[in-house]
Structure formats: structure tokens, C-alpha cells
Design a protein. Structure first.
Length: 300
């Protein structure tokens, strides 16, 4: 019996140390059966990963521990919570999911590079990442979870994929710098408080043919008197007669070309385009030399 007790004790101890092992700069939960690894929380409270030598982090596609190689397939729940030293992160194609609260309150995180085949981003994954200015949601993501970007107060532009089907409660709540959003054609649901508090939102390009059922809280705090709502030309009357959507006083047909973001990233820094006069016409000159009219039509 004593030998059995010590055998069980050794097994339990091994299991404990198999979780949260440090490999290189990061900690991982290891799945020995599937040989996969999940980036996990360091476990130092408000000092989580405060000792990273560099604010720019490239997560490896695989790690080796005790002579066994594991594919890194996930960033776990709360993995980088409170990691204020993190300024940019690049996620490899091996990672398929980002857990809830993964980058919660990473206040200096300004740049995120995600793989195009990432399948899921958890709720509150980028909550209060107040330095994040631009974000591209990968093509394979179908649902934007609750409060994903809540209180990302520097966020000016978000690219949503055509594959996106639902934006859940509070996904962009209090994104007070967000000026424009393009909603994909295949979107089937917009939750409560999604754009609540987005006081600077002044253009919504809504490609959905039939008005979705939304609550009044979905756009609470948006200036619907001045925010332009663009919709498919054949759907204008439907939007003008549908609850909540009809609160937008300026509903226009979708332009032939949706203009590029008013603010663009160049060399990892935000560059404002210039408004200039060209033969007496006010136009927008982008940093790459492209010229748009103020209505969004590409001229050169």
C-alpha cells in the first residue's frame, strides 16, 4: 500500500510540473498525448511577464521540452493579462485559437500580427489595449466575441473579414477613436452594446442586404444624426423603415468603391493623409501618392 501511495504521489507531482513549464521566454501548458502546447500565464499577478527582455514578441510555432517537440496551437486564457511591457506580438500559423482575456490590459500593445487561418478569438481578448490603433481580424474568424476590443481607446480602424457571421455584445464598446467600420455582407447578428459609446464613429458601410434586428443599445452613444450609414442601394427604404437603423438620419447608397482607411499605417507608425487643392478641387493625398476625392472616389 505504501508503494502504491508513493507511486500516485510521483504521478501527481509530475502532472503539476507538466503545466506551466518555462521554455525560452514563455510558459506553456503541454499536452503530451497530442504533443501540443498552449502559451499560458506566468503567474505573477500584475507583474505577469514583466521580465520579457523585449517588448516585441514572436511566439514560436513549436517548442521542445525534455527532448519532445510540441506544436504551439493556442494562446491560453489570460496568458498575457497585465503584460504592460508588451508592445507588439506576432502569432504563428500553428496557433489556431486565442483565449479569453489573453491580452487583457496590455496597455502598451500597439501592433498585433495574426495568422490568416486563426479560427477563434476569445471574449475580452484585447480588452483595454489602449495603444492598439489598427487591427485586422483574420479571414477564418466567424464570430467576434463579447467585449473583444472594449475600451481600446486608440483604435481608429478595424478590418473585418467577409467570413464574419456575428459580432457579439460589447465587441467595440467605448472605442472612442473608432471613426469607420465596414460590416461584411454575410453578417447575421449584431449584439447589444456593440458600438456603444463610440462617439467618433461617423461612417458605417453596411453591406448586409436585409436590416438585421438590433437593439437600441447597439449604437448607444453614436451620433446617429451625423454618422453616415451606407447600405446596398436596393435596401435603402428597408433601412429607413426598420427600428434603430431608421435613427440614422443620413442613409446613403453604398459607393462603388469604399475608400481606404482615413488613417493608414506606414512603417509601423500612423500617418495622416493630406487634404490638398488640385486644380481648385479638394482631394485627399495618401502617403503612397494615391489620390481620392473627398467622396471616396479614386482619382490617381
Amino acid at each position: 500500500m505504501k508503494n502504491l501511495f508513493f507511486s500516485l504521489l510521483i504521478l501527481c507531482t509530475t502532472a503539476v510540473f507538466a503545466d506551466g513549464v518555462k521554455i525560452g521566454e514563455l510558459y506553456y501548458n503541454l499536452d503530451a498525448d497530442n504533443r501540443t502546447a498552449e502559451v499560458t500565464y506566468q503567474g505573477k499577478g500584475l507583474l505577469n511577464y514583466s521580465e520579457l527582455p523585449n517588448g516585441s514578441l514572436d511566439i514560436p510555432a513549436s517548442v521542445t521540452y525534455d527532448r519532445v517537440t510540441y506544436d504551439v496551437t493556442a494562446i491560453g486564457d489570460q496568458a498575457f493579462v497585465y503584460c504592460t511591457v508588451l508592445t507588439s506580438v506576432t502569432v504563428p500559423h500553428s496557433v489556431k485559437t486565442i483565449g479569453s482575456d489573453a491580452f487583457f490590459l496590455c496597455s502598451n500593445l500597439a501592433k498585433v500580427n495574426l495568422p490568416s487561418d486563426l479560427s477563434g478569438i476569445g471574449p475580452m481578448a484585447f480588452y483595454r489595449c489602449t495603444s492598439l490603433k489598427s487591427f485586422t481580424v483574420p479571414d477564418s474568424v466567424k464570430v467576434l466575441r463579447g467585449s473583444t476590443f472594449e475600451q481600446c481607446t486608440a483604435l481608429t480602424g478595424v478590418t473585418l473579414p467577409d467570413s464574419l457571421k456575428a459580432i457579439l455584445d460589447g465587441a467595440f464598446i467605448s472605442c472612442t477613436a473608432l471613426k469607420r467600420i465596414v460590416l461584411p455582407k454575410g453578417l447575421t447578428a449584431i449584439g447589444k452594446n456593440v458600438f456603444s459609446g463610440d462617439s467618433t464613429l461617423n461612417e458605417i458601410y453596411n453591406n448586409v442586404d436585409s436590416p438585421l434586428v438590433v437593439t437600441s443599445s447597439s449604437f448607444s452613444g453614436v451620433d446617429t444624426l451625423n454618422c453616415i450609414l451606407y447600405v446596398p442601394e436596393g435596401s435603402m427604404e428597408a433601412y429607413r423603415s426598420t427600428s434603430v437603423w431608421k435613427d440614422f438620419r443620413d442613409i446613403r447608397p453604398m459607393p462603388e468603391t469604399i475608400p481606404d482607411a482615413v488613417e493608414m499605417l506606414r512603417n509601423d507608425s500612423l500617418v495622416e493623409p493630406k487634404k490638398i487643392l488640385d486644380n481648385g478641387q479638394l482631394v485627399i493625398l495618401l502617403p503612397d501618392g494615391t489620390v481620392y476625392s473627398v467622396t471616396g472616389q479614386k482619382l490617381l
